[in-house]
Ligand binder design. Structure first.
Ligand code: ADP
Ligand code: ZN
Ligand code: ZN
Length: 707
């Protein structure tokens, strides 16, 4: 009988699909003739252990999402299609006939066959890979040798890397820990055999990664394994190499830019247990890691831990905490700008706070100041004092980082005469000018059109209004013609290796000015950057989304943290038209802590998360009326208890996106339980509503965006 957690191939309608055994049942309510037999058992041993299965089941209930789709998110594509869970390699062996043939010099007229047979004879089963490496075309002669019965082949299990002895575990010990770092490591280590959630709250550059490395070392010494989750763009080659350089064990890396084959290979290293450390983005929370001794979630506030676009919408951070609970292991959420939810978990005593209030080594915290845009001359988005500061820092031999959260050349293309503005045909949004590529692009649906020189409406010339990274780069090139500039945004980083190339130009010191979007805020360590200029802090200050201020504060603090990480002190200039805005004032004067206090008080007063629990039912269709109609009908089906609020339906703030109209219904409750009880009872009835063919809907629990 296949084991629970093993994959099996089963008939499904006219198809044959891969399924996962989730339980053994002794009987069935279905008549025997309706039951079908498993066609093939794919795994002798479970590929999803009991705890991962439990996690998936829990997630399926909590997110009200089918278990099959949850499990599907837990497996790499090739594993879902039935690829073997263990890597094998083809090896070649000489037969007794082959040995005789060699001795008799029987292959004197087939030189290639003879050479290859000699190589096979000299090895104890040679792998195809080694033959391919240095033998040129070997398949053809090998076929001949097999046909003559001189060689046979077998698929042999891939040999896992040898166990590393305790003495050889650490390749290089790293710096001596500061007292705060040592205390954090000790606290985590003391919790090694039980569930204990920690917030490692350390300012940028305070040495959080060093704490992770030491905590992981203790776990490895206990013979257990570590799972480290990082944000989408936080999984930099720098981070991976810090783990690989520190430990002489197999580190499996799982992220979205891998090819299917690479992902399968990394997953196999998890299944076989060969990987002692698993480093991955969101979906790695489901990686089959046995004997888990610690889970680390780096930059835990990062939005990429929440899958919110399609399919199974889950928070990998929240699931990581749950997984640690099941595994009876500590979980460390690290950040310089923790999510307000996490800070509230500390305040309520659920999480233990570990603080790293100082920068590691010699580095000092940066000095930050607001720059009032209304008081100074502004040229292409740069105020005069900012330009002067850039000049000073460059003259002192330092590097400068200019942050603007918008890619492209300008966010608006407008007519100089009639007031026409280039709109997206399919969205309630303007098209962004990409001057280098001479295209107009929509950042919401991907629409892409040639860039016109004249107004399509009246024929007068058009102008570019506002700035994006591309324009800021152009301005800085004009201002500082001798200074090499690099740009870092999604238009520059398109394929593998691009990010590394840009990062190299900065760390090598070749580039002096770096212009970028929030891509520059994540995890990089540029020791020679001493000035950070934030161009558009105001974006998001007045958003309707209750989380927008939190995001503004996080990105300002994160990008500011890029300044002065080496021995030279850093400066941060934040340009704004609202220097009196309470958020900016508390952030600049009291840091993220001060901001978080203010923001949490506001959330509590307004009854928003973390002081309430929210779910949103989203729907979209080509026309708006059926969307509203569907949400209204859904609302009518709900029988909410008195302390649960239903708000809407309301059109989304960008109602039309990619040719579809979006609207939503919000469910809000002070306590979690009544909300989930309502959802469990209500969703099956929503599913039965008759909807037009083009209408799509989805449920998002603990949504990150309410727009
Ligand atoms: P974070 O993850 O908090 O941004 P890192 O762990 O990357 O910080 O540390 C920032 C820099 O300081 C790194 O170059 C790291 O090697 C160095 N560092 C960390 N801890 C120490 C320490 N105790 N002594 C000296 N240097 C340290
Ligand atoms: Zn015009
Ligand atoms: Zn669009």
């Amino acid at each position: 009988m296949p084991k629970v957690g093993a994959r099996v191939r089963v008939p499904f309608g006219r198809q044959r699909l891969v399924g996962v055994v989730i339980a053994h049942a002794g009987s069935s309510d279905l008549p025997p003739e309706k039951l079908k037999a498993v066609l093939e058992v794919l795994d002798d041993e479970p590929v999803l252990d009991e705890r991962v299965l439990e996690l998936a089941e829990w997630a399926s209930q909590y997110y009200h999402h089918p278990l099959g789709e949850v499990l599907s998110a837990a497996l790499p594509k090739l594993a879902r299609e039935g690829a073997a869970s263990r890597a094998t390699c083809e090896r070649w062996f000489i037969t007794p006939e082959g040995t005789t043939a060699l001795a008799d010099n029987a292959l004197s007229r087939a030189r290639r066959q003879r050479e290859i047979l000699e190589r096979v004879a000299a090895s104890d089963g040679i792998a195809s890979d080694s033959l391919a490496e240095d033998t040129g075309d070997w398949r053809t002669p090998m076929r001949a040798l097999v046909a003559r019965g001189f060689v046979s082949s077998a698929d042999v299990a891939h040999e896992p890397a040898a166990e590393v002895s305790a003495a050889d575990l650490v390749r290089g010990p790293g710096p001596a820990l500061s007292p705060e770092q040592a205390a954090a490591v000790a606290a985590i280590d003391a919790a090694h055999a039980r569930f204990a959630p920690f917030l490692l709250y350390g300012i940028t550059g305070s040495g959080k990664t060093e704490v992770y490395l030491h905590a992981v070392e203790r776990v490895l010494r206990r013979g257990r394994r570590a799972l480290v989750l990082v944000p989408e763009i936080g999984l930099t080659p720098q981070l991976v190499s810090r783990f690989r350089e520190r430990f002489a064990v197999t580190v499996a890396v799982l992220h979205s830019a891998l090819t299917d084959g690479e992902r399968l290979a990394a997953w196999r290293q998890c299944v076989s247990g060969e990987a002692r450390i698993v480093l991955g983005t969101r979906s790695a929370v489901f990686a089959p890691v046995a004997d888990l001794g610690i889970i680390i979630v780096d930059e835990e506030h990062d939005a990429s831990f929440k899958q919110h676009e399609s399919g199974f919408r889950y928070s990998a951070r929240d699931l990581a905490v749950l997984r640690a609970q099941r595994a009876q292991a500590p979980v460390v959420l690290g950040s310089a700008t923790p999510a307000l939810e996490t800070l509230q978990n500390v305040a309520s005593g659920k999480f233990t706070r570990l603080s790293l209030p100082r920068r590691a080594g010699q580095a000092l915290p940066p000095r930050a100041a607001l720059l009032d845009l209304r008081e100074h001359a502004v040229r292409s988005g740069l105020a005069t004092p900012a330009v002067e500061a850039i000049q000073r820092h460059l003259a002192a031999g330092s590097q400068v980082l200019v942050y603007i959260n918008r890619r492209g050349y300008s966010p608006t293309l407008a007519c100089t005469a009639c007031g026409w503005i280039a709109p997206c045909r399919d969205c309630d949004a303007r098209l962004t000018v990409h001057l280098g590529a001479a295209r107009l692009r929509c950042h919401h649906c991907g629409a892409d059109a040639p860039l016109p020189k004249d107004c399509p409406q009246c024929g007068y010339p058009v102008k570019h209004v506002g700035q994006g990274t591309e324009r800021v780069e152009e301005t800085l090139t004009k201002l500082f013609p001798d200074m090499p500039i690099v740009r870092l945004d999604r238009d520059v980083v398109r394929k593998r290796g691009d990010l590394e190339a840009v990062v190299d130009r900065i760390t090598s010191g070749e580039a002096r000015i770096l212009v970028g979007t929030q891509m520059v805020t994540k995890g990089h360590d540029f020791p020679n950057v001493t000035l950070v200029v934030v161009l558009n802090a105001d974006q998001g200050l007045f958003s309707t989304d209750f989380r927008a201020p939190e995001r503004v504060a996080q990105s300002i603090i994160q990008v500011a943290g890029r300044a002065g990480r080496g021995s030279k002190p850093g400066d941060v200039l934040v340009q704004t038209e609202y220097p009196e805005h309470p958020l900016l004032v508390s952030l600049l004067n009291e840091g993220y802590d001060g901001f978080a206090r203010t923001a949490l008080a506001e959330r509590e007063a307004a009854g928003w998360p973390p002081f309430a629990h929210v779910a949103v039912l989203r729907a979209s269709a080509v026309e708006l009326p059926p969307v509203i109609e569907f949400l209204r009908a859904a609302r009518k089906l709900a029988r909410p208890p008195s302390d649960l609020k239903l708000l809407g339906p309301a059109p989304a703030s960008m109602a039309r996106r990619a040719g579809r109209h979006h609207a939503q219904l919000l469910l809000e409750s002070r306590d979690r339980a009544p909300l989930h009880r309502l959802l469990a009872e209500w969703l099956p009835r929503v599913e039965e509503l008759k909807t037009p063919r083009d209408l799509r809907w989805s449920l998002d629990i603990d949504p990150l965006d309410l727009f």
